[in-house]
Design a protein around this ligand. Sequence first.
Ligand SMILES: Nc1nc2c(c(=O)[nH]1)N[C@H]1C(S)=C(S)[C@@H](COP(=O)(O)OP(=O)(O)OC[C@H]3O[C@@H](n4cnc5c(N)ncnc54)[C@H](O)[C@@H]3O)O[C@H]1N2
Ligand code: MOO
Length: 380
Amino acid sequence: MTLASWREARALARTLAGPVGVDTVPLALGAGRVLAADVCSRTLVPGFDTAAMDGYAVAGAGPWRVTGRVLAGATNPGVVTPGTAVEIATGAPVPDGAEAVVPYEDVRVDGGLVDAPPPRKAHIRRAGEDLRPGDVLATAGRDVTPPLLGLLAQGGTDSLPVRRRPAVRLVVTGDEVVDVGLPGAGQVRDALGPLVVALTEQAGASTPELVPVPDDRDRLRAAVAAAGPDVVVVTGSSSVGRADHLHAVLADLGATLHVDGVACRPGHPQLLAGLPDGGWVIGLPGNPFAGLVGCLTLLRPLLDGLLGRAEAPAVRFPLRGGSPPPGTVTRLLPVRVRDGAAVPVSDAGPARLRAAADADGVAVLEPGWEPDQPVEFLRF
Ligand SMILES: Nc1nc2c(c(=O)[nH]1)N[C@H]1C(S)=C(S)[C@@H](COP(=O)(O)OP(=O)(O)OC[C@H]3O[C@@H](n4cnc5c(N)ncnc54)[C@H](O)[C@@H]3O)O[C@H]1N2
Ligand code: MOO
């Protein structure tokens, strides 16, 4: 199989998987989920003509005789006629006939009369000026954000149709990999476990089940084949070394390789395969920054597809620095975003995470990119 270009690999990961099923959750638990259907307003907002200031609801020109008071929550705000006013609170329904609310700061009070120059602004929010029944508030595929939750509440929503969180198993391979404390002779601390778990949760999937596996073909096969998850992510074991068993295991399981190596630096030994039972397998290179690149290239787009997430337009910045990638290779470069430009963070070897940890995301330098051209930016 020839190496896929970075963009082809990413597009394939995005489009191969159809969306998972739908959960219905209470509105308050909707943040961070992906909408599975359009949501419409069920009501007028504001629900009634509403005072936007504390002051006096008036009709005609002043002075006005004050005939009453109406506070928020009132159900019968009464009436004003030319020459009369009702004292009113922000959020209260305005009396029939009111043409404007004059804020306290603008009136002179003289006995039972208030006076002010002709109001220049009505300070009345009209019924339905924000939302009307049937207005589409959010479309399927949108991420539910805190402000969207507030808007949906205004529109009378109580529960939300969202995509089920995809289930992920994270298989961390390597005889030398330890998951706590300080590594002993020949050992290395697992850097990909925490990184992939966090990235998976951030993408909207369930917290992955983490399965450490030694460099053993049978143990790896069992961990990949065990039923349950939508996606199995395997770290390490993706290359051609004697202890790299993932290709052999995928062949044993009758998997279809959709991506087997990507023309990018770092992270070329990454793969995406489909299991006969419909599950997906992603192989990430063991070198930690290369593994992170694999997450951005294959894992995050695959989860986006499973979640039915609408594709966000690419974010591009001019790049201050960086050198063109060789030939048909795409280079992924940790960058900070400063003053509208992407600035490389130096010293980003495939095994090193320092630059990525100090960066806001990666810049994508595609084949043919030349200095000072804009680059796509992928935020962490
Ligand atoms: N003959 C070739 N050798 C290698 C090639 C190649 O094309 N031909 N590619 C190199 C590249 S590039 C990478 S990346 C690695 C990928 O190897 P694997 O995915 O098989 O991973 P390992 O060999 O198991 O480990 C590589 C490296 O990363 C360390 N590692 C592994 N897992 C973790 C972890 N969870 N946390 C932190 N560090 C980890 C491991 O100890 C090794 O140092 O292959 C190259 N070789
Ligand atoms: O590309 Mo490897 O994935 O450099 O570390």
